[in-house]
Design a protein around this ligand. Sequence first.
Ligand SMILES: [Zn+2]
Length: 277
Amino acid sequence: MYYFDPHIHMVSRTTDDYATLARMGCVAVSEPAFWAGFDRGSVDSFRDYFHQLTDFERRRAAQFGIQHFTWLCINAKEAENVELSREVIAMIPEFLDEPGVLGIGEIGLNKNTRNEAQIFLEHLDLAIQFDQPILIHTPHLEDKYLGTRMILDMLTSDHRIDTDRVLVDHVEEHTVGDVLKDGFWAGMTLYPVTKCTPQRAADIIEVYGPERLLVNSAGDWGPSKPTAVPDFIFEMRQRGHAESVIRRVVYENPIEFFSQSSNFDYRAPDEEAVVTI
Ligand SMILES: [Zn+2]
């Protein structure tokens, strides 16, 4: 089965990981901008990172038949540096017309601070000004419910936001209901330690159905497994779910959500075969 990984940080993964993903059926990835493992010191550092995301990673993925898409922002961990955050937000439009740039993300909250909330709101203004879809990071562990609620309140109180064009990521059992009820898309991150396991994600699909739900691996610097989406596919099959339901979550839902970006030029592998004949 073909699948998308809609949230994976390939800058932190090896080329061998791309090869493994391709063999597992991955045909496209979307990579949100995130923390580099250290706080960056200048706007030029972000400019270089955005070049890496929009050029180098796209070419590295293409070697394995994987289409690479990306989202741009300054992440919540670095939002405490408000001055730098504003410089990055002002620079992002330089990249919005680059191939594969789907929108603004992953923006959100980390420790639910005042500065994080302020920079989140300024990212929303940027997304609205340039008519961009939005991908949202919700905090981890004990900060998750409060942070998710703060984010949903900021989004729903802004009448300019189209909920169809917002994906709220890292949902768990105690946050997924609120996200879906408010009309957003929801992403489940399959992690070996925190966040969701493939089993818990399958449980959530059984409760809420496949509509507006996506699964991803996050595949980042920390303990994470880039092949977590195939683990989810296997878990769903073991439980006897129809292939059509599984494909909806791992393939059709990402395509439907991403298609709202004018830069989403995805072509299914079989379509490409027709073109080359
Ligand atoms: Zn992420």
